[in-house]
Every structure is written in structure tokens, then in C-alpha cells.
Design a binder for this molecule. Structure first.
Ligand code: PGA
Length: 266
């Protein structure tokens, strides 16, 4: 069975390298007793190399070994693409994970309007370098006729179009309903709402790729998760882990959540 996983999405924080190093060091120290749970920190690009080096050099010390992930990547490997970062660059740096399709990037107002096809190109490119994509899916709102299920199905089918089926078990899918993310969130999803979607995601992917190929697939939850919700998600939601935004910037809260996951891991 795959380990449970906690991903910290720092988004566009903190504002300078010194603070990023401090946050990273404080986090890894505070998590030193976490053994069974995989931890991935996704900082802004600017800090990735430095933090990755710190992570590699600190193995012998009393800190948790965490993996570094990127928050996005460009789909092509070479060429004239101003402002972009290629998968090859991440690979050369030793980065193992990339968040793709976050709703803040899919957004057409504040984001860049990334669509399922863009995300699909990126996923194929990322897999070709043996990096693991964390694919974010989730609806804007829940309608009574359950059209949101169709929306998520399209995100999965188009986002994973022509991805080799033997790679699907490595994929991490993060269910992040847009209505539950960030400061403007209505509320977090409930554990039963999550479980409904986890089963749905697995059904869609097993229809597309075959049941055998989705065995190792992890479906995690993101959106306003606080320590009080964690046990319920583990017990009743059968969650494989969490993607944390705000609470990945707060070492104490992040550590509490990690410890609950660690202690309830069977
Ligand atoms: P939040 O963000 O935990 O701050 O709601 C989650 C996310 O956007 O990944």
C-alpha cells in the first residue's frame, strides 16, 4: 500500500529567500518524528534549488526528509518561451513532483486560463522525465443535478488523454473543490463528499485505464483543511493524504496535521 502523503503548497509565499529557508528548516525540524507519512513541499520556483540542496544536505541531522515539488511547469522542453521553466530543468535539479491544473492557474481572471489540453501536455511531459504529477481537479459549485460529476470526469479524461496506462498508478489526484479553497472558502468539503468523489474518480479512471492500472493511485483532498477535520477524512473519507495551502505556511498547524495522519496510518 502506498504511504499517505501531505503536500504543502506555499503558493506565492514567502516573500524572500531568508524567510523561505526559515520556514523550510522549521518545518523539517518540527516533522522529525514523522516516519510513515510522505511530505512534499512545493515552494515558488525561486526557492526550489536552494531548498532542495538544504534537504539533500540535512539527511543525517534530526530533521524529516521531505521532497520538493514545483507548483507548475511548461509543457515543452526547449525553445523560445519567455518566462517559462521546462520539465527538463526540474529533472536536472532532482525535483520529483509537480502540481498541475491547480484551479488558481485554470482561472481565467487571476490565473492564466490553463485548460485540460494544456494540462494534458504537461502531464505527458512530466511523466516522460519520471517526475510525478499531482493533478488537481474540482468543481466551482455543486448543482442539484450533479453536473459537477460530469465536469470532474471531463477534467480527468481530457487531462489524462493518451497517458500510458502503466503510469497511472504513480499519479496523485488532488480533489480540490474551488468553493472550499482559500480565504473565500464557504467551508471545507465533508469526508462523505470527499469519499463520493474519490470513488467517482477511481471509477472514471478504471473505465479508462483498467482496474489493475489504478491500484496504486492516490486521491488526496485539498481545501480549507484544519486539524479538526483530519481524522474524519482518514476514517470516513478514506483519504490518501492532503494538499494544504495556508496551513503549510504555519509550522505548528502543519505539524499537528502531519502527526494526526502519522498516528492514524495503519
Ligand atoms: P487552502 O488551499 O488549504 O489554503 O484552502 C488549498 C490549495 O489551494 O491547494
Amino acid at each position: 500500500m502506498n504511504k499517505k502523503i501531505i503536500i504543502g503548497n506555499w503558493k506565492m509565499n514567502p516573500q524572500n529567500t531568508k524567510e523561505a529557508e526559515k520556514l523550510f528548516n522549521d518545518t523539517t525540524k518540527s516533522l522529525y518524528n514523522i516516519k510513515k507519512t510522505e511530505i512534499i513541499i512545493c515552494p515558488p520556483y525561486l526557492y526550489l534549488d536552494k531548498l532542495n540542496k538544504i534537504s539533500l544536505s540535512s539527511r543525517a541531522k534530526k530533521v524529516k526528509k521531505v521532497y520538493l515539488g514545483a507548483q507548475n511547469v511548461f509543457q515543452g522542453n526547449t525553445g523560445a518561451h519567455t518566462g517559462e521553466i521546462s520539465v527538463k530543468m526540474l529533472y536536472e535539479m532532482g525535483i520529483k513532483y509537480v502540481i498541475l491544473g491547480h484551479s488558481e492557474r485554470r482561472n481565467t481572471e487571476m490565473g492564466i486560463g490553463e485548460n485540460n489540453n494544456d494540462i494534458n501536455q504537461k502531464i505527458k511531459s512530466v511523466f516522460s522525465f519520471n517526475i510525478i504529477p499531482i493533478l488537481c481537479v474540482g468543481e466551482n459549485f455543486r448543482d442539484e443535478k450533479h453536473k459537477y460529476l460530469e465536469f470532474i470526469k471531463t477534467q480527468l479524461e481530457q487531462g489524462l488523454d493518451k497517458v500510458p496506462k502503466n503510469l497511472i498508478s504513480k499519479l496523485i489526484v488532488a480533489y480540490e473543490p474551488i468553493w472550499a479553497i482559500g480565504k473565500k472558502a464557504e467551508r471545507p468539503a465533508t469526508s462523505s463528499e470527499f469519499l463520493e468523489i474519490k470513488i467517482f474518480i477511481k471509477k472514471v479512471l478504471s473505465d479508462k485505464f483498467g482496474i489493475k492500472n489504478i491500484e496504486g493511485l492516490r486521491v488526496i483532498y485539498g481545501g480549507s483543511i484544519y486539524e479538526d477535520d483530519v481524522s474524519m477524512f482518514l476514517k470516513e473519507g478514506q483519504v490518501d493524504g492532503f494538499l494544504l495551502g495556508r496551513n503549510s505556511l504555519d509550522v505548528e498547524k502543519f505539524t499537528k496535521i502531519a502527526n494526526i495522519v502519522e498516528n492514524e496510518n495503519s
